[in-house]
Structures are given as C-alpha cells and as structure tokens.
Design a protein around this ligand. Sequence first.
Ligand code: HGY
Ligand code: MN
Ligand code: MN
Ligand code: MN
Length: 396
Amino acid sequence: MSLLGDIDGVGRDGVRGGYSRHVFEPAELDLREWFTEQAARRGLEVETDANGNLWAWWGQPGPDALVTGSHLDSVPGGGAFDGPLGVVSALAAVDLLRARGVAPSKPIAVVVFAEEEGGRFGVPCLGSRLLTGAIDADRARALTDADGTTLAEAAASAGLDPARLGADPAVLGRIGQFVELHVEQGRGLIHQDAPVALGSTVIAHGRWRFSFSGQGNHAGATLLADRRDPMLPAAAVVGAARRVAAAWPDARATVGRLVPKPGGTNVIASSVDLWLDARVPGSGKTPAMVTEIAEAARHAAEQEGCSVTVTEESCSDDVVFDAGLRAEFDNVLGGVPALPTGAGHDAAILAAHVPTAMLYVRNPTGISHAPEEFAEPADVERGAAALADVLENSAI
Ligand code: HGY
Ligand code: MN
Ligand code: MN
Ligand code: MN
C-alpha cells in the first residue's frame, strides 16, 4: 500500500478546490468509513467515543495505551496531508511493527480526533477539547454552524447522544502516551535538509468573532452621508490586524472569513461578521494583542455610526511538549531537528494530560491549508518508519 496513494484516494474533491471535510458532513463521514475499513483490514477494533473521536485498537483497550493518530477533517479548500498524513502513517506504522514481528506489551490505538480544524463549529480541536474537558460541554452543544445547526443536532444525526458530549476521563485515562505525526506547516525542514523532525512547541493562539451592525439600505438610493455601512469598520479591522500584529514580536493575525449580510451586490450590508485568528508566542500576549485590534474596531465602528461586539471563541496558551519523551524519541531516531510550530494540533491539547510528542514530515512547498500542501513519497515513508521506531521503542 503506497502511503501517498492512500492519501490521494481519500475524499479528494478535485485538486483545484482542495479538500473540504467538516465534522459529520458527507465528505468527512466518507473518510470515517474509509478509516474504519482500513482498521478492519488490520483486525483493529474500532470504537467511536461519546465525542465522535474514533479509536482503532490493536489489543484490548486498556490503561497505559500507546496512542497515535491525528484528524481527518480539513479547513475549507485544504490540502491532502494536514491530518490524514498522521492517520495513514499511524496505520502504516502498525503494518511496519507487525512486519518487524513486534508483539506490543501494551495496547496500541490509532485515534482520529473530531473537528480539529473547527471548520464547521468554529472551535479548533473540538473533539480533543471535549474529551479532556477543555471546553464546557453545554457551550459546545450550543455551537452552531453556518446554517444554524447546533453541534448537539449534528452529533445526534451522526448517531451520538448529545447529552454525553463532554469530558470522558475513562477514555482519556487509557492513554499512556500520545504521539501525533503531522505534515510540516512551514519550510523549516527543507532548510535543514531533514525529512523528519520532533515537535518542540506550539505557540499560543485564539479566535475572536467581530460582529458589526449598521443599517441595510439601497446601494443606489442612499447618499454616502446617510450611510451606516458595517463593511467600513470590518475592512478597517482587516488592515488593523496586520498593522497591530506587525508591532508584536513573531505575532500572526489573520482575517480569513468575513460574512456580510444579506450579501447583495446592490445592498448596503446590515451586518458583517468576521473572524480573527490571532497567535503571539508568550503567555497572555495573544489576548493582549487582540485587545488593541478590538480598540481599532470600536473606533472604526463609531466613525461609521455602527456598533460592534467582540466575542472570544477559543484561546490557548503556548505548549511545550514533554522534554523527556522528546529526548527519548530523539535518541531512538538518532538525532533529528526540533521544530517549533505556529500551527495548532490535538497533541497540544493532550499535552496537558499525558506525555505527548509530535513528529513532522518535511513539506517542500511550506504551504498548508491550501491544495499546494505536499510531502514527497520518500519522506512520507520515512515518517511512517520513524513513527514505527518510536512506537516500537515504547511498546516492547
Ligand atoms: O489552525 C491550526 O493551526 C490548525 O491547523 N488547526
Ligand atoms: Mn490544519
Ligand atoms: Mn492538522
Ligand atoms: Mn431595486
């Protein structure tokens, strides 16, 4: 089974458009089915936990399990590797361990976390946050997608009991250690001429919703002086995000989603929602930077006779992966680069609860969250072999 071929076969909806797979929607459900088939072919028992995360078990589910995996959902128009590479490599690592004749002394599980991108309900790492209790279950149940469907309704339609969404200490308690393999998101490894790296840190990041409201009106009949157009302050925030972030060390601020309503060409919008993705290394710095951007938003709204509300949707601090586990794996792999990342991962949520590590596979384009995301077949194979090496080290 060529790893790349397997990735290529999963849910592709045309390279140009990239992948758009959101939790419990048809393209993602297809991939869940694909995963369950792949696990069954390997005799791995698959269970779905109360939060919609999938667990494929080699051995009886039990304490001190070695868990590896990632996610299968994507951002809108995403690449082929972000998420699926970690899942496919975990399955391939099971194949490699069996080919090596390894008889694990501990249970091994391949996990697929739900809604890592937050592409449908807006909160990233939703499945791992629910599992670990990092999000209030009632708040999560009430999260809505673009059509107004709640997570509770979507979970029920996927066969889950919405009342059971939330912290699951019995499932979390089975994890002895977690390692996530992920395609590199950036170009660090190409410069170090290294196919594989170990994760060192994940920088803080959060998401805020800015809701502007003004007065909807006729584009032709309304004089400029008579307008209260929420698009003006919304546009100001896009510029302010870049301007403010430029003054914070190593900060990133992005407005990738902006929704005017009602959205007619000849209609002055009555409201505009935009979402800010903000990331600044250093404890407490991300919300502090967002406060400055929110101030600019309020000022711009006032200028145009509009109002604005700013709501935090998620915010997490810097994460440093377990130094002992990283040193152990570095030793097993014979010395590989340590890679800090600005991209969030389920591993960063798990790291607060169990010894956690990340492996990265070189991405020569450095591009992610876009169809150009790539990993060479030889590097993909090296990544799976490295994952098998670290699992073997822990399993015997
Ligand atoms: O947004 C992120 O950093 C991750 O890809 N979910
Ligand atoms: Mn991603
Ligand atoms: Mn990812
Ligand atoms: Mn008209």
